[in-house]
Design a protein around this ligand. Structure first.
Ligand SMILES: Nc1ncnc2c1ncn2[C@@H]1O[C@H](COP(=O)(O)OP(=O)(O)OP(=O)(O)O)[C@@H](O)[C@H]1O
Ligand SMILES: [Mg+2]
Length: 241
């Protein structure tokens, strides 16, 4: 088991966002968390990334462990630099006044000297050729889809082995969305473990191995995606009948 979340309860001030959720991700898997607006998906990812107060979520009970070690006392920068967990956040948060290359370079601050980053830039540009064409362009001039590719690439340049993605399909036209998921599939085939948050349940269930359905801070349904696609409740609530 790579990541294990046990009875996790999280609050923002007095608002209970997660009511004790448990789930796990094995090495090499793609696991998706699906659910409606406000279900607690982003809160779950931010809690794992250890993005802590003042305004971020506070864990009040339960545990998050990664490769057998509790994350609750780990700082956000150690999560990235030592444990090799990266979060591609909801809403991208790229630096618009920096170029594509500069955004990618920023993500390498935690890398050890002597690591061969050239090869990794190459891999990213193979994955997203559009970014290569636009590598010297200011990021704010990219299309929404290209910015999303940049946000994913920036997470990859941390050298992560566990990638968390918060709604990577958001705002993408269908063709770019398929490009994005094709790229993510290739990453997984090359060994990347992925925890994917998606509102597009159909897409997520097609892409992932297993899924958990989050509903107002609780996990209601879970299982292999192939089974959940035929689950009557999921069909009704998340797949349009
Ligand atoms: N900074 C915050 N302060 C107070 N409450 C918050 C904050 N962020 C989120 N919440 C609340 O926590 C709950 C879970 O929010 P969260 O953002 O995790 O949902 P989500 O599943 O990611 O939703 P969406 O699909 O809209 O992104 C919601 O009720 C939300 O209002
Ligand atoms: Mg969210």
């Amino acid at each position: 088991m790579m990541l294990s979340v046990e009875n996790l309860k999280v609050k923002y001030g007095n608002i209970q966002a997660l009511h004790g959720i448990s789930f796990h991700v094995d090495q090499g898997e793609v696991v998706t968390l699906i659910g409606a607006n406000g279900a607690g998906k982003s809160t779950t990812l931010m809690s794992i990334a250890r993005l802590t107060p003042p305004e971020a979520p506070r864990v009040t009970e339960g545990d998050i462990s990664f490769q057998g070690q509790s994350l609750l006392k780990t700082q956000a920068h150690d999560v990235v630099a030592n444990l090799k967990i990266a979060l591609c956040p909801e809403g991208r948060h790229i630096f618009g006044n920096l170029t594509v290359m500069e955004n990618l370079q920023l993500a390498t601050y935690s890398r050890k000297p002597g690591e061969n980053l050239e090869q990794e830039y190459q891999q990213i540009f193979n994955l997203f050729p559009r970014l290569h064409e636009r590598r010297h362009q200011r990021s704010e001039s990219l299309s929404g889809g290209e910015q999303q590719m940049l946000a994913v690439s920036r997470a990859l340049m941390t050298g992560c082995k566990f990638l968390m993605l918060d709604e990577p399909s958001m705002g993408l036209a269908p063709l770019l969305m398929y490009d994005m998921f094709r790229a993510l599939k290739r990453l997984n085939q090359n060994g990347m473990t992925i925890l994917l948050v998606e509102q597009n349940a159909r897409l997520a269930l097609q892409f992932a191995h297993r899924a958990y359905v989050l509903d107002t801070g609780e996990i209601r349904i879970s299982g292999p995606c192939s089974e959940l696609m035929d689950h009557p409740e999921i069909k009704k609530a998340y797949l349009g009948g």
